[in-house]
Design a protein around this ligand. Structure first.
Ligand code: FES
Length: 372
């Protein structure tokens, strides 16, 4: 099926759009609202098969927490408002891209959270075996890591204003992490003032709060899909698939086609035709409704920018590239197939081991001759 989105499409947005509550993209002057699909607003009710029948499953603990703490909505609103100048749409783009992890190819937040969690767990172990200096050092390293984790987490969470579950659990996650950090800061002060027992009590409490918060972080990522590449479970046939008539593609006007189960966006421009996944890797926004300019497409939901040529991320919040397709035109028809880069030519471990063995045995012989 082929869908064209012309320049006057009413769901297009202007740059600088922000996300507001109620499942609607907030409007900046000149922009038009976009409804989020229901599937992105809440997890679908989960069911399991019993005796050949689908029966609803009990909500899990995180869902029950979400439902029982409605006050978190107001707290989350205030937090997102406070974070806006640092990690929101009005913050410098280079800073936001760095915090999202665009340079890393996946979200930065999960890569830095092992620092506070790991360091503070080590603090508990060092306290237990009486290694005071090591305990104090890991506690302070954990405090530094907690600051970086907080900023990167806030950047990632900021765009989830329209998803109630993620917004509430994310707010609770942030509140608990702040509590844990305050407890550890208190512990550091107590230790410095010679109150080691009080310091250890505070850090033990902090570790409990931190681990509870880490569990919520796992729920956010693995149960609710926060930070997950939204194209990860899409697939397209490996062979060439006929998708459109060449004459239907107008310069700079994206066209959405289905390739197997995967929506793909075709764009004619710069003397050629490009094809990348049409579902934004960030949260599933419709890229075929985005702005096309300078060889890139801007997602209409949160402003991620992708190169049309190869689907690479130019600006976040997306950190994963769009699936890329090869394009061929034959007899006025356009066909696409998934692009796969050449595999990296890494050294064969067996060959490396053999070469290392030869070096060692040559060295041994040389040493033997020298001593003889
Ligand atoms: S869905 Fe968020 S930037 Fe595309």
């Amino acid at each position: 099926m082929l869908h064209r989105h012309g320049r006057s499409n009413p769901s297009r947005s202007s740059p600088g759009r922000t996300v507001a509550g109620d499942g609607v993209v907030g409007q900046t002057p000149g922009s038009i609202s976009v409804d989020f699909p229901a599937r992105l607003m809440r997890k679908p009710d989960r069911t399991r098969k019993t005796g050949g029948q689908e029966v609803p499953m009990e909500p899990d603990l995180a869902e029950r927490i979400t439902e029982s703490l409605p006050w978190l909505d107001a707290a989350a609103d205030r937090m997102q408002e406070a974070f806006e100048p640092v990690v929101g749409q009005s913050a410098p783009r280079a800073l936001r891209d760095a915090l999202y992890g665009v340079w890393l190819g996946h979200p930065l937040h999960p890569a830095v959270i092992p620092v506070p969690v790991g360091c503070w767990t080590a603090t508990a172990v060092f306290d237990l075996i009486g290694e005071e200096r090591a305990a104090d050092l890991t506690l302070n390293l954990g405090l530094a890591g907690a600051v970086v984790s907080a900023v990167t987490g806030a950047a990632q969470w900021q765009d989830y204003a329209s998803q109630k579950d993620i917004k509430r659990i994310g707010a609770l996650h942030a509140i608990l992490n702040t509590g844990a950090t305050v407890l550890y800061a208190g512990s550091a002060i107590a230790r410095r003032n010679g109150s080691r027992t009080a310091g250890m009590a505070l850090s033990t409490l902090g570790l409990g709060v931190n681990l509870a918060s880490a569990w919520l972080g796992g729920e956010l990522a693995y149960e609710m899909g926060a930070g997950v590449d939204h194209t990860a479970f899409q697939s397209a046939p490996e062979e060439w698939t006929d998708v459109a008539a060449e004459a239907d593609l107008m310069e700079g006007q994206p066209v959405r086609v289905e390739v197997g189960d995967m929506p793909v966006m075709l764009v004619r421009g710069g003397g050629g035709i490009t094809a990348i996944g049409a579902t934004c890797s960030h949260m599933g926004g419709p890229l075929d409704e985005g702005e096309i300019a300078e060889g890139c497409v801007t997602c209409p939901w949160h402003g991620s920018v992708f190169r049309l040529e190869d689907g690479g991320v130019v600006h976040g919040p997306a950190t994963s590239p769009q699936p890329r397709f090869e394009v061929r035109t034959l007899g006025g028809r356009v066909s696409v197939k998934p692009y796969h880069p050449e595999p990296l030519s890494l050294p064969d471990p067996a060959a490396v081991a053999e070469a290392a063995g030869r070096v060692i045995s040559t060295g041994d012989q040389g040493a033997g001759q020298a001593s003889g």
